[in-house]
Design a protein around this ligand. Structure first.
Ligand SMILES: NC(=O)c1ccc[n+]([C@@H]2O[C@H](COP(=O)([O-])OP(=O)(O)OC[C@H]3O[C@@H](n4cnc5c(N)ncnc54)[C@H](O)[C@@H]3O)[C@@H](O)[C@H]2O)c1
Length: 448
C-alpha cells in the first residue's frame, strides 16, 4: 500500500494474491465466447495483442501530476495472468470451440488454426435450455431433469467436477448465451426463499440464465451477465450473492452502437446541446441477430439499449434540452453480414437559439471483437473483487454494460467517462491510493 493519504482508507483491502488456476465458465459458447477464448489462446502464444482490454493494456495514474506514476493496471492490482485461465462452458450445440469459431467467422481461419488443438479440446457441456425463452433456437445438447432445482444441481455438479478434475483454485461465470425473451421481475424473484420454491415447482418465471446464475452463486462463483435478460438483476439473486459473499455484475455487454452513444451523449450534455431525436438502426447476420429477430428477445435488447439516453440526457434535470427526445432503435437480421455488423445513427441536435443540426454515424464494427475484451476484463476484475472480499452488485464495473446494475435506490450511471473514473478510482481505493478528482486547483491555490 502507498504511504499517500487515501480519502477512503477504511475501504482499502488486503487482497489475497491471484494464486493458481482460474476456471472461466461460459454458459453459451457462440461467437463472443469462442472469439474471447481463441484470442486469449493466441495471446498466450504471443500471436495476438489484447487490444480493447483495460486489464491488459491500460495504465492508471497515481499521485500528483508533479510526480506522476503510471503503472499498468495489471501490475498495480493483483490479477490472474492469462496463462492461469482454463475455459469451460455449456451450449445446446455439440460443436467444440474450434468448430464454432470457424462457423462464427469472426477471426480469420489461419489465426484459428494456430490454436486449433487448444480450441478443439474445449467441448460444451450439455445445457439447461427451454425453447420458450429463446424461440429461434433448438439443439440436441440439453439436460433433462424433473425440476429446475434438479437442473441447477446438475450445473453445480458440472462446476464442481471441473474444479476437481483440473485442480482449479477459483472460478468465474460470464453469461455469453443468447438473449432470452423480455420479462419483468415477479413475486418468484423477490426473495431467495421464493426463488428456491420456484425452482422446485418449475416456475415459468425462471429462465435458464437464472438457473446458471443460481448455480454460480451457490458454488461461490462470481457471475456477470452479458445479455439483457434478468438473470441476477432481481432481489432474490442479490440476496444470495450477499449471503454467499459473491460479486455479481450486469447487464448486457456495452459494445457497438451503445458504446458510441455513451461516448457521444455525455459530450452533448456537457456542452448543453439539445436533442430532438436519435434514430439507430443496425444490420447483423450472426446467430445473435437471428435470435434478436424474435420480437420477445428484441424487446429485452431494446429496453437495455433505450435506458442509456434517458439517463445521460435527463429530461427532469434539463426539460428545455431533453423533454421531447424521440429515441428509436432497430435491429435487422441480415445474414450476408455475419458478425460484421453495420450501424447507422441519425442524431438531430439543436444549439444556440434552437437552431437544428445533424450528426450521422456509420459504424462498421465487429460485434464479437468489441465484446471479447469485455469478457476478459470482467473475468479478471470479478475474480479480483472476490479476493478483495467485495460481494453483491459491483457498480464499478458499470463501464462494461449497457444497462448497469445498481442498488435500487441509486441512479445507475451510464456516462462512459464517469464509469471509467469510477472503475479507476475503485482500484485506487482498494489499493489504498488517493482518489483522483482531476480538479487540479490544489496545484494553483494551495501554498507550500
Ligand atoms: N457481440 C456483442 O457485441 C454483444 C454485445 C452485447 C451483448 N451481447 C450478447 O451476448 C450474447 C452472446 O452473443 P453471441 O454473438 O456470442 O451470440 P451467439 O448466438 O453466437 O452465441 C450464443 C450461444 O448461446 C447458446 N445458448 C442459448 N441458450 C443457451 C442456454 N440456455 N444454455 C447454453 N447455451 C445457450 C446458443 O446456442 C449460442 O451458441 C447474446 O445474448 C448477445 O445479445 C453480445
Amino acid at each position: 500500500m502507498s504511504d499517500q493519504s487515501s480519502h477512503y482508507p477504511e475501504l482499502a483491502k488486503n487482497i489475497a494474491p491471484a494464486k493458481g488456476r482460474l476456471g472461466v465458465f461460459l454458459p453459451g459458447m457462440g461467437a463472443v465466447a469462442t472469439t474471447f477464448i481463441a484470442g486469449v489462446q493466441m495471446m498466450k502464444k504471443g500471436l495476438a495483442k489484447p487490444f480493447g482490454s483495460i486489464t491488459q493494456l491500460q495504465r492508471i495514474r497515481l499521485g500528483k501530476r508533479s510526480e506522476p506514476r503510471f503503472p499498468l493496471i495489471k501490475e498495480f492490482v493483483p490479477l490472474s495472468g492469462l496463462k492461469d485461465l482454463s475455459f469451460y462452458g455449456w451450449d445446446i450445440y455439440k460443436d467444440n470451440c474450434y468448430e464454432t469459431a470457424i462457423k462464427a467467422g469472426v477471426l480469420p481461419e489461419e489465426s484459428l488454426k494456430s490454436v486449433k488443438s487448444e480450441l478443439s479440446s474445449i467441448r460444451p457441456m450439455s445445457a439447461v435450455f427451454q425453447k420458450d425463452f429463446v424461440k429461434r433456437l433448438d439443439g440436441p445438447n440439453v439436460k433433462h431433469a424433473k425440476t429446475k432445482m434438479h437442473l441447477a444441481e446438475a450445473i453445480i455438479k458440472d462446476i464442481e467436477n471441473s474444479k476437481k478434475k483440473d485442480k482449479l483454485d477459483r472460478a468465474v461465470m460470464v453469461w455469453c448465451g443468447s438473449t432470452e425473451v423480455y420479462s419483468k421481475p415477479t413475486k418468484t424473484h423477490e426473495t431467495l426463499a421464493s426463488l428456491e420454491k420456484g425452482l422446485k415447482n418449475n416456475s415459468k418465471d425462471i429462465p435458464p440464465s437464472m438457473i446458471y446464475a443460481y448455480a454460480a452463486l451457490m458454488t461461490g462463483t462470481p457471475y456477470a451477465n452479458g445479455a439483457p435478460n434478468l438473470s441476477v438483476d432481481v432481489p432474490a439473486m442479490q440476496e444470495l450473492a450477499r449471503k454467499n459473499s459473491v460479486p455479481i455484475a450486469g447487464k448486457d455487454f456495452k459494445t457497438g452502437q451503445t458504446l458510441m452513444k455513451t461516448i457521444l451523449a455525455p459530450g452533448l450534455q456537457a456542452r448543453m446541446l439539445g436533442l430532438h431525436g436519435w434514430f439507430s438502426t443496425n444490420i447483423l447476420g450472426n446467430r445473435d441477430g437471428e435470435v434478436l429477430d424474435d420480437p420477445g428477445s428484441f424487446r429485452s435488447k431494446e429496453v437495455t439499449k433505450a435506458s442509456v439516453l434517458d439517463s445521460i440526457l435527463d429530461k427532469n434535470l434539463y426539460p428545455d434540452l431533453y423533454k421531447d427526445i424521440y429515441h428509436k432503435i432497430r435491429i435487422e437480421y441480415y445474414p450476408p453480414r455475419g458478425d460484421a455488423k453495420e450501424g447507422w445513427d441519425n442524431i438531430d441536435i439543436f444549439g444556440w437559439c434552437g437552431l437544428p443540426m445533424q450528426i450521422k454515424i456509420n459504424f462498421l464494427c465487429r460485434d464479437s471483437i468489441l465484446a471479447a475484451p469485455v469478457v476478459l476484463d470482467l473475468v479478471l476484475f470479478l475474480d479480483l473483487a472476490q479476493r478483495a472480499g467485495l460481494s453483491g452488485i459491483q457498480e464499478w464495473l458499470s463501464f462494461y454494460f449497457k444497462s448497469p446494475m445498481a442498488r435500487p435506490d441509486l441512479r445507475p450511471e451510464h456516462d462512459l467517462f464517469i464509469q471509467h473514473l469510477k472503475l479507476q478510482n475503485t482500484l485506487r481505493i482498494l489499493m489504498g491510493e488517493e482518489v483522483l478528482d482531476h480538479s487540479g486547483l490544489d496545484y494553483y491555490e494551495v501554498k507550500g
